[in-house]
Ligand binder design. Structure first.
Ligand SMILES: Nc1ncnc2c1ncn2[C@@H]1O[C@H](COP(=O)(O)OP(=O)(O)OP(=O)(O)O)[C@@H](O)[C@H]1O
Length: 305
């Protein structure tokens, strides 16, 4: 059985559908990234998975327990670590007291090890913490009882680049240990570096569910060509050319078509320099994030190829 199994999950807030018939599963040991623009429904899904929000429709099971069944879910909860987006610690207590309390409820197997990597000033009261310090304390709390599954809502928000990188490395280590990790993020580079698979939400609907390599393959290649003649006007005739931008000595575009077709076309031009590279992940995701009808149509065409 999958670690997380979500089927037709719907949350109707009355004024708005927070999530609309979302289905996906996360396997044991997977690192699953949950992406989407602001208001897409990531936090709603996460809070539902933790039994903090009752779904209007559909089902969700986590570690085999139905999230709607309090009795069944209470045991599963002990085996889950959670890092919310809004940490909401009591400002008056110290970090150590926060961790001591958590230890008394859920356990304390990894506190010291985690505090070597993430370094909140545990002896000081939370009111003196920076945003990054609070986030680090939250990360320690989420992992310290050595849970089987850790669910995190934007775990690196507020961390400096060095700590973000340490977090990425730590998560890769967790994969080796077999921990299942589900997290939402806006940081595409981190998603790329640590996730096995991603789900992409938009307006409450799941618009993409891919392993990260497939997603990048679908994103095509960025081709940059320096030429002395007019390559740009012949590009529209080639299938798979998008996002054409000209620069002083040439042209740059994203190419999702056959290499042979492109090379035949290039061979009829005077080429000075050519560079074929992976597009920035941002460009790949923009197909999903964009909100105009043409990007939506492109995305549908691509997913049918
Ligand atoms: N308690 C609530 N009452 C009414 N509407 C809500 C509530 N919580 C969220 N929403 C709405 O549900 C939709 C999904 O919100 P949600 O917070 O799940 O998005 P998100 O993807 O986590 O966004 P962000 O990236 O900004 O954190 C939004 O339109 C939001 O305004």
């Amino acid at each position: 059985m999958a670690t997380i199994e979500v089927t037709d999950l719907t949350k109707d807030y009355g004024s708005v559908l927070g999530v609309d018939s979302v289905s996906f599963s996360v396997e044991q040991g997977e690192i699953f990234g949950f992406l989407g623009p602001n208001g897409a429904g990531k936090t709603t899904t996460i809070r539902t998975l933790l039994g903090l929000l009752a779904p209007t429709d559909g089902t969700a099971t986590v570690l085999g327990a139905d999230v709607r069944d309090d009795g069944e879910f209470i045991d599963a909860k002990r085996r889950i670590g959670y890092l919310p987006a809004q940490l909401g610690f009591n400002e008056e207590v110290t970090g150590e007291q926060v961790l001591d309390y958590h230890a008394s409820v859920k356990g304390d197997r990894r506190r010291e090890e985690l505090l070597e990597i993430f370094t909140p000033p545990v002896e000081r009261p939370i009111r003196e913490y920076s945003t990054g310090n609070e986030r680090m304390l939250g990360i320690v709390q989420a992992f310290m009882h050595d849970p089987e599954l850790v669910i995190m809502d934007e775990p690196t928000a507020g961390l400096d680049p060095l700590k973000q990188e340490e977090f990425n490395e730590f998560i890769r280590g967790e994969r080796e240990r077999g921990t299942t990790i589900f997290f939402s993020s806006h940081v595409l580079s981190e998603v790329r570096r640590v996730c096995d698979r991603v789900g992409i939400l938009r307006d409450g609907e799941l618009v993409g569910l891919e392993d990260i390599e497939t997603l990048l393959d679908q994103g095509g290649k960025r081709v940059q060509v320096e030429t002395t003649d007019d390559l740009e006007s012949s590009l529209p005739a080639l299938d798979g050319v998008v996002d054409v931008n000209s620069f002083a000595d040439g042209v740059q575009f994203i190419y999702t078509g056959e290499y042979n077709t492109l090379l035949r076309e290039l061979a009829s031009h005077d080429i000075r320099e050519i560079e074929i590279s992976e597009p920035p992940l941002e460009d790949v995701f923009m197909h999903y994030y964009g909100d105009d009808e043409s990007t939506r149509a492109n995305q549908e065409v691509e997913s049918n190829v």
